[in-house]
Write a protein that binds this ligand. Sequence first.
Ligand SMILES: [Zn+2]
Length: 256
Amino acid sequence: MTYRVHPLLLGEAEVPDMLDVFWSLSPEKGRSQVPILAFLIEGAPGGPILVDCGMRDPKRAIEVHRLGPHSASSDQTLAAQLAKHGRKREDIKTVLLTHLHYDHAGGCRELPNARFAVQRTELMAAAAPMGPPALAIGGKGLFYDRLDVAELVDPLWDRVDLLEGDCEPWPGLRCALYANSHTPCHQCIYVETASGTVAIVGDIARKTELNIDQEIPPGLYYDLEAMRRALVDIKRRADRVLPTHDWRVLEFEKGM
Ligand SMILES: [Zn+2]
C-alpha cells in the first residue's frame, strides 16, 4: 500500500539559528523565520490522516512559552490548509502526534471526528515537564502547553489512543519511537509513497542537509547519544525526510 503526503503550513515563528546545531556550536548567531508545518496523509483505508496539528494561538507562544514572534495568517488555519486538498476538518479520522509541544498538538480540539495517537510516555512527560520556573525561554512548561495536555486528558480522552513504542497502524505506515531525542518520547512517522519511504520526523531534525545528511544533531534534545542514534536510523531508513520547521519541505510536493 502506498500513500500521498502533503505538507500544510499552519503558521510561522522566529527562532534563533543556533537551535540548528547541538551545544550552540553553530557559526549562525542570527534569527530566522521558520514554518510550522503539519502533514496530511491520503490513501489510508480509515480515511485521511494528519501528522501533528499546529499551534493553538500565536499569542500564547509568545506569552506562555516566552518565545519570539509567532504568526498565523487566515490562510494558515487547519480549515484553509485542508481545503487546498479538498478536505474539511471533519474528514480527519486520525491524528498521529509526533510529540506534544505547543506547535504540534495545539489544534486537536478543532478536529471533531479524529482519534489522537500519541506515545503514552510522551503524554506523561508533557503533563509533568522538568522546566525550571525561572527559565527565561520555555519556563516551567518547557514548550508543553497545559491547555493541550488538559484537553487530551479530558475532554478528548475517549478519543486518545496511547501507543507503546513502535507500531504499524496500517501496512506501510509506521510509528517509530525515538526516546530522549527532541522530547522524552518523540515518534517519527514513516510513510511508504510512490517515491519511496518518507520520514515525517517532527523536530528530531530541523534541517535535512545539516542534521540528517551530515549527522549533526540539532540543539534541543534530552540525550545527545540517543539523538544521534535517531538521526542515523532515520537516514538509513528514509528516502525523503520532512522536518516540521524547514521551508524546503514545501518544495516536496513538486518533487512527488
Ligand atoms: Zn516544533
